[in-house]
Design a protein around this ligand. Sequence first.
Ligand code: FAD
Ligand code: DLZ
Ligand code: SF4
Length: 512
Amino acid sequence: MSSLILVLGDQLTETLPAIANARKTKDTILMAEVREEATYVKHHKKKIAFLFSAMRHFAKALKDDNYRVDYVSYLDDNNQGSLLGQVRYALDNGNFERVVCTTPGEHRLLKSMQQWENELGVPVEICEDNRFLSTPQEFSEWAHGKKQLRMEFFYREMRRKHHVLMDGKNPIGGKWNYDSQNRESMPETHKVPKHTTFDIDDITQDVIELVEREFEHHFGELDNFFFAVTRKDALKVLDTFIEERLHNFGQYQDAMVEGKPWMYHSHIAFYLNCGLLTPKEAIDAAERAYHAGQVPLNSAEGFIRQILGWREYVRGFYWHFMPGLKTDNYFGNTRSLPSFFWDAQTNMNCMRQCIKETEQNAYAHHIQRLMVIGNFSLLTELSPEEVQAWYLLVYADAYEWVELPNVAGMILYSDGGNLASKPYVASGSYINKMSNYCKNCGYQVSKKTGPKACPFNYLYWHFIDKHKEKLSNNNRMAMIYKTYSRMKEENIDAMKDDATIFLTKLTKNEEV
Ligand code: FAD
Ligand code: DLZ
Ligand code: SF4
């Protein structure tokens, strides 16, 4: 009995049970570049080029390892345009008794796969994705009966369970979390190490030309392709991060500097999320560097928390709250995205820089996504559906299981607070403290109202005022509402008036 094993573009890991259990002389691994996956949101050009190239390299490595591989390129005559179509075509033209897949990272695709057995008339086995350190079931068991699902407590469980940075039953250093040491801004003269890039080989060059032709109208730039597209090179990105960047990761984790998109971040989410790296090897490498005395505890713990904590937590959260998470809209926001989300043409320098870098690199670091673009999206009442689609298509590390909890739960609070204990909103002073963006801005961060005032300032108080019924009982908002209650009515009115003018401009898609 031979099996047809479907491997998706973000399942490029040889140790997945579906691949590891394949019988090399009997079974066939099917991989396909299909229009449906590349366009259900119009992914960034660099994201498609990265993934198609990584898929082609992975297929080649499997073939070199004597697996039978049926690789369908985007322009192949037999390309059916969808995963189901491609599986059906392979079944019609081969001799397979069953289909084997791995649980996909998106709810829409899992629901579709669960129907395939009926549609195809052969058994379809959906294997576990064993690349995570926790399962969705484990998350749901942890969540059961809890009023609040705070990441910090989930993270502590993960630390204990996997014995990471532990000293017996206690966290190494006596504290679970060293975030209070991780909030420094970066002096402009500080030199950040160059980020790791690779030469473009023939496979990648072909894919870049394909994407330029076939996805011409998609968002983003293709120049300066920098990605690792093989496991070997992805490991090099991880190693270089541990050697050159991890030391300062904690200290500068939240900092933003104009013209420095890469900072001390690891740039490994691209590879973790498509399978070229595993989370365990990234965590182990950071822990080893700490024990070897190469990096301080605040950096090692901060980095490990992102992977063992946040990454595992958001995946469990996604499956626990889907499909409702996608349609939740706690504040009832409906405004369409302004056109500068697509071309970065705005006088707000922080938004201009973060969107421009997103356009260039299919990457922005966490605080740019959270406290600049995300903060703006919530304060300007953008439609959750449109913001979700934007984040899913612009970043090369974005798949719905990780993008949606961050967007719906973390930046938009559209789930009403299951993920975040309070909305992540801030005025311009936060952006000014953590970046040098305000120096080159058409607005003045010190001004609260008037045509030159920083829009984040009056939009922030407009938000606080507008949602007082929904938010003022939240303990974590108490200080803010105390300050608000002491503000002069005329000042609040002036900010509300400026916010209304600004929001009307956005609705009309006028320049801001
Ligand atoms: P680093 O800063 O070096 O962090 C190390 C690793 O920790 C990352 O590679 C990532 O795997 C993990 N991590 C850190 N924060 C998170 C988080 N909040 N959720 C899950 N994993 C995390 N991350 C994605 O992988 N894909 C997304 O589509 C995505 N969308 C986001 C959208 C918004 C609105 C926000 C606020 C965050 C989003 N993140 C997403 C989380 C985070 O911003 C990225 O993981 C990070 O910027 C990737 O860059 P890096 O690899 O240099 O990460
Ligand atoms: C993101 C993506 C893109 C752009 N193209 C493909 C593709 O052509 N073939 C494929 O198998 N996977 C692709 N992917 C990744 C899938 O969209 C991803 O597997 C699902 O969204 C589940 O996470
Ligand atoms: Fe952004 Fe306001 Fe600073 Fe301009 S002044 S960069 S809009 S925070």
